[in-house]
Design a protein around this ligand. Structure first.
Ligand SMILES: Nc1ncnc2c1ncn2[C@@H]1O[C@H](COP(=O)(O)OP(=O)(O)OP(=O)(O)O)[C@@H](O)[C@H]1O
Ligand SMILES: [Mg+2]
Length: 161
């Protein structure tokens, strides 16, 4: 799997990069976000939402009382946070993976929390895998990997732009 790395030095820069990814989205796809607490996963989700045209007056925050928040942009945006899951079966109650294949863009924080949910074994599940690494207080290394043709095309367009 090819790997592309971007370094950002502020949350605004992370949001801007994620926004340019969001702007390229024109079909259903899943964005799998991993990285430690405070790495910038929610920040990244906010950027994707902006790029998808979710109105700025709709605050994008991690789902706290639900497992998923739905936003309406050019495509529906499903925002999951697997940190809230205590067991992967909870996803089944929600309709589980079906959301993830269904007509919209899904952004999943803590994608690597459960192997079963994430199919994470090295990013085996189709979509764009984003790993955020904290390298200094305000510096993040963002590793982007594509799994599948749609994701590969998207990243190629993004990095050509
Ligand atoms: N380059 C950067 N990119 C993103 N966030 C940054 C950067 N530099 C500093 N930060 C700070 O790191 C924090 C990232 O918070 P955010 O909620 O997006 O992380 P998270 O990965 O979603 O955390 P959690 O695991 O709690 O969900 C914010 O406080 C932000 O200001
Ligand atoms: Mg978060």
């Amino acid at each position: 799997m090819s790997e592309r790395v971007v370094v950002t030095v502020s949350p605004e820069e992370t949001r801007a990069f994620a926004r340019s990814l969001g702007e390229q989205l024109d079909k259903p796809l899943t964005i799998w976000l991993s990285g430690p607490l405070g790495a910038g996963k929610t920040c990244f989700a906010q950027g994707v939402a902006a790029g998808l045209g979710v109105p700025p007056d709709e605050p994008v925050v991690s789902p706290s009382y639900t497992l998923m928040n739905l936003y309406q942009g050019r495509l529906p945006l499903y925002h999951f946070d697997y940190y809230r899951l205590s067991h992967p079966d909870e996803l089944d109650d929600l309709g589980g993976d079906e959301f993830i294949e269904d007509g919209g863009v899904s952004v999943v924080e803590w994608a690597d929390r459960f192997d079963r949910c994430a199919g994470y074994g090295g990013g085996a599940r189709a979509g764009v895998h984003i790993e955020l690494k904290i390298v200094a207080a305000s510096r993040r290394e963002i590793v982007c990997r594509a799994c599948g043709t749609d994701a590969e095309v998207l990243l190629s367009r993004l990095f050509a732009a």
